[in-house]
Design a protein around this ligand. Structure first.
Ligand code: SF4
Ligand code: SF4
Length: 172
């Protein structure tokens, strides 16, 4: 866990939550393309309201917005051991989408930041909570039943369309 986790004693937030979770706020909108989605964060978190959710239509709100809410920990299928397996897989499987640490409204409380630090933030802009068109590696990362690879994939293997052999080897 990084030093950032000591900045706040408030509950850790999941940055890919669902608007139905108590305490949830919207903190950004997914722009970009289906192949290269990019999160743009709001200037301030927005409360979840019927009007906000309706703006996503006909898509699901989790296809359009990113929501943050207290991490469900053991009640979440992505929680493995005492950590968020989702962000560990994202960091070990996917390439960074930016070279610079993006500004973030929720960083001190974000579980992904607390666990994986900058590596999580450099990949966070590509995360769509309900992604209808994920890359093969993003699909693996988001599958709670997929094992956490013991080693990070080499950068060349992280490109979209890569074979998954290296992943399978590293998960053995
Ligand atoms: S374990 Fe990960 S994906 Fe699940 S609620 Fe917590 S931060 Fe979110
Ligand atoms: S940019 Fe980093 S701190 Fe902000 S939500 Fe994403 S992972 Fe969390």
């Amino acid at each position: 866990m990084s030093q950032a986790s000591t900045l706040s004693t408030a509950p850790s937030l999941c940055p890919s939550s669902d608007p139905g979770v108590p305490g949830c706020v919207a903190f950004g909108v997914v722009l970009g393309s289906a192949e290269q989605p990019r999160l743009r964060q709001f200037e301030a978190p927005l409360p979840v309201s019927d009007d906000l959710l309706a703006m996503a239509g006909p898509a699901r709100p989790t296809e359009v917005f990113r929501f943050a809410a207290p991490c469900a920990c053991g009640a979440c299928p992505n929680f493995q051991g005492d950590r968020c397996g989702l962000v560990t897989k994202i960091v070990r499987l996917l390439p960074a989408t930016t070279e610079d640490l993006p500004p973030c409204l929720i960083r001190p409380q974000c579980r992904w930041w607390q666990e994986e630090g900058q590596a999580a933030c450099l990949r966070c802009p590509e995360v769509v909570t309900d992604n209808p068109n994920p890359s093969a590696l993003m699909r693996l990362a988001c599958d709670p039943s997929s094992p956490i690879p013991a080693l990070a994939l080499p950068p060349a293997e992280r490109k979209k369309g890569t074979t998954l052999k290296t992943y399978e080897d590293s998960s053995a």
